[in-house]
Design a protein around this ligand. Structure first.
Ligand code: G
Ligand code: G
Ligand code: MN
Ligand code: NA
Length: 250
């Protein structure tokens, strides 16, 4: 297919950009970091969202090279941000199948001189579906670098709970499908509250994703989420626009 060969070429030509969405402390509303979200600056089709090419990248194996580029770019960008602002990078399950993911991450940290404590990797439970020894070894190897690991889109999979038992995540990111219904659904409120409590008990921070309104912000805070992310706080934006946020008095 045409898009496939364009993707291979696009990675070679580095036709990608990272946009960054702000992450805030729920209690103080202070900026704590940014999640990197990749876009493909396609020469003919314009700026493409990940939904239009990540799966193809995974199927074709291009994700290894693309993932490494994303990691290096994110670390290089974050090294310029004021301390202690962190960067969160999404990892695709396919990246876990390659040997030496830890080495790749260590190399990206070394090249950028980013402190490991300022990097967080986000994985979805599909990474753990295989739940084999390799996956767990890789996760422990990553944590041994001094970085943190977040479980992304929590609650949308089949057995999110059992994965919390198999690996000491630093953070749970509560899927926005729960957050978006909090105002009208007491069930959603109860679920968010229970997950936040679970996180606290397990020593994990909990981020509410997809906070779009002041009311949702109030509810996730009241129900124990430690961190927040969503359009209410900011949309994903190019790296060049972040300095305006850093200059704001807190
Ligand atoms: O930015 P957007 O809302 O379109 O992102 C949609 C999804 O694409 C995210 O939830 C995330 O799972 C995935 N995604 C975004 N950036 C990356 C990336 O750099 N690597 C991987 N593997 N997935 C990403
Ligand atoms: O899958 P992951 O959670 O990593 O990616 C986050 C995705 O959610 C991104 O595509 C981002 O654009 C989107 N997103 C972030 N905040 C909001 C929000 O407040 N509302 C909606 N609808 N989408 C959001
Ligand atoms: Mn994510
Ligand atoms: Na998510």
């Amino acid at each position: 297919r045409q898009l496939e060969s364009e993707l291979v070429l696009g990675v070679k030509k580095e036709q990608f950009v990272l946009h960054y969405q702000p992450l805030h402390d729920a209690k103080t509303s202070q900026l704590t970091g940014f999640e990197a979200l990749v876009r493909w600056s396609h020469p003919r089709l314009g700026l493409l969202p990940p939904s239009e090419f990540i799966q193809l990248a995974e199927e074709t194996g291009v994700i290894d090279a693309l993932g490494e580029w994303i990691l290096r770019r994110a670390c290089t960008d974050a090294a310029k941000w004021p301390l202690p602002v962190k960067v969160a990078v999404n990892l695709s399950p396919a990246q876990f199948k390659q040997q030496g993911l830890s080495l790749q991450v260590a190399a990206a940290l070394a090249a950028s001189e980013l402190l490991p404590s300022r990097l967080e990797l986000e994985i979805t439970e599909s990474v753990l579906l295989a739940n084999n020894e390799n996956t767990l070894n890789t996760l422990h190897g990553l944590r041994d670098l001094g970085i943190s690991i977040a479980m992304d889109d929590f609650g949308t999979g089949y057995s999110s709970l059992s994965y919390l038992r198999s690996f000491p995540f630093n953070r749970i990111k509560i899927d926005r499908s729960f957050v978006s219904l909090m105002c009208e659904s007491s069930e959603s409120r109860a679920i968010v509250k229970a997950v936040a409590e679970l996180g606290t008990t397990l020593g994990m921070t909990t981020t509410a994703e997809g906070v779009e309104t002041e009311d949702q912000y109030r509810l996730v805070r009241e129900n124990g989420c430690t961190d927040v992310q969503g359009w209410f706080f900011g949309r994903p934006m190019p790296a060049s626009e972040l300095h305006a946020l850093f200059e704001q008095p807190e």
